[in-house]
Ligand binder design. Structure first.
Ligand code: NAG
Ligand code: NAG
Ligand code: NAG
Ligand code: NAG
Length: 388
């Protein structure tokens, strides 16, 4: 009797604590919720209008194959056609968008989250990591490139000789050529690594929690997922019409009020079948829209694929530094100098020890609530991530 009574009390206690936690979420992020709800109602009233305009977008972007081919038929200056061919069982092809001058970032990635040897030995899976780039920036044409930017290009050739992981085409590596880089990635995957189960495209200033990502993708693979496209989703985002903005898109290029849903270009993952669909779509679409993640959304829209949100993929935001965050994080954006430290901290066995068990989970929920559910704290993981 007495024992039972104590159990009930314990249960009530846990319930009470949970209720308190939920209440504090609601209070802490009320403002976030409020503005979120309003903009969602606004965006849902757009929905039916959007669905119709999306078929229209598809139609108006469709061009003859020969013309679409002009966007993607750039010459390879560095390539590794056999990178994947010796290996049957590749979980993930990881393509990292880099720029010729970012030697340091590539070095950091190779020795932390993008270390193929570590992934094979410690995580027991095969992941192929390649850096994709264009031509060094200073010189805008392919003819003068050889003569004048020899320095950077020579370094790239040496770097590639040592690591064998650069893919370069002969377009200038600029923000406005990012869509060409997107085409390069899906084309490369199609021709040289079509059997990789998943394809990830990532910026070279993000942090990927590789152990968490691998576990998640293995789980998805066992479930046999198809039509899988995951990341930080932008829904019904409007084109930016301010000329000063980096993301400015003129009316002539995209006349509609919002983009099809897409995932932030910082880092997203697609399954093999989606990678192939995107490649197929790119063969007949006008790729002059230079915002690469939006263009990816247009390709996906043409194939009837839509993105899914994962709360631990970040868009622009940098995740808070905390053990409880490392336990769940997938990607975090804006890491350059701190990448070695973060890698060490995030893969420390201590993380699992502190965050497991009932007490660990409660502790982490409380910590994450205070870290993620603050008004005016946007762009990293959403408040609801605290409860997962
Ligand atoms: C990659 O990981 C392996 C195995 O853990 C390690 O021996 C190697 O030094 C790492 N490579 C780099 C560039 O840090
Ligand atoms: C790439 O970007 C540069 C500068 O933004 C531009 O001049 C060029 O036409 C673009 N395309 C190629 C194929 O280099
Ligand atoms: C592609 O779109 C751009 C911008 O909207 C346009 O100027 C160009 O003529 C289009 N290309 C083709 C081949 O239709
Ligand atoms: C998009 O357009 C292409 C070519 O016109 C067509 O084959 C495809 O079915 C369209 N997709 C959707 C979702 O309407």
């Amino acid at each position: 009797m007495f024992v039972n009574f104590r159990r009930i009390r314990k249960c009530q206690c846990v319930q009470l604590m949970t209720t308190c936690l939920v209440l504090s979420v609601v209070m802490l992020c009320w403002e976030q919720l409020d503005s979120g709800v309003v903009s969602h109602i606004y965006s849902y009233s757009y929905r039916s209008y959007l669905v119709n305009s999306y078929t229209f977008i598809n139609k108006s972007f469709t061009i003859p194959r020969q013309e679409a081919h002009m966007f993607s038929n750039h010459r390879y200056l560095l390539n590794h056609p056999y990178k994947c061919s010796g290996e049957k069982d590749i979980l993930l092809l990881l393509l990292i968008k880099s720029s010729p001058e970012n030697f340091e970032r590539r070095r950091a990635i190779r020795s932390t989250w993008g270390n193929e040897t570590y992934i094979r030995q410690d995580l027991g899976v095969t992941v192929k990591v390649m850096f994709v780039l264009g031509l060094p920036k200073q010189h805008e044409t392919a003819q003068t490139w050889r003569r004048r930017s020899g320095g950077i290009q020579d370094n790239l050739v040496n770097e590639d000789r040592r690591h064998g992981d650069l893919v370069q085409q002969d377009f200038v590596d600029t923000f406005h050529n990012l869509t060409l880089k997107l085409l390069l990635q899906f084309r490369w995957a199609h021709f040289y690594c079509p059997h990789a189960r998943f394809l990830m495209t990532a910026d070279n200033d993000i942090f990927v929690h590789m152990p968490n990502l691998v576990l998640y993708l293995q789980y998805m693979d066992r479930k046999g997922v198809t039509d899988f496209w995951i990341g930080h989703v932008h829904r019904g985002a409007p084109p930016i019409r301010q000329k000063e903005s980096k993301y400015y898109v003129p009316q002539e290029m995209y006349p509609w009020a919002s983009y099809p849903d897409y995932t932030a270009g910082a880092g997203y993952v697609v399954s093999r079948d989606v990678a192939n669909k995107i490649y197929q779509a790119s063969l007949t679409l006008n790729a002059s829209l230079y915002i690469d993640d939006v263009f990816m959304g247009i390709c996906a829209n043409a194939m009837g694929v839509s993105p899914q949100e994962h709360v631990y993929f970040s868009g622009e935001g940098k995740a808070p530094y905390h053990l409880c965050i490392y336990d769940k994080m997938m990607t975090s954006h804006g890491h350059v100098a701190d990448i070695y430290e973060l890698w060490k901290a995030a893969t420390n066995p201590e993380v699992k020890r502190v965050t497991s068990g009932l007490f660990g989970r409660l502790y982490c929920t409380a910590v994450k609530l205070t870290l993620l559910c603050r008004p005016y704290f946007f762009n990293t993981y959403p408040c609801k991530a605290a409860l997962l």
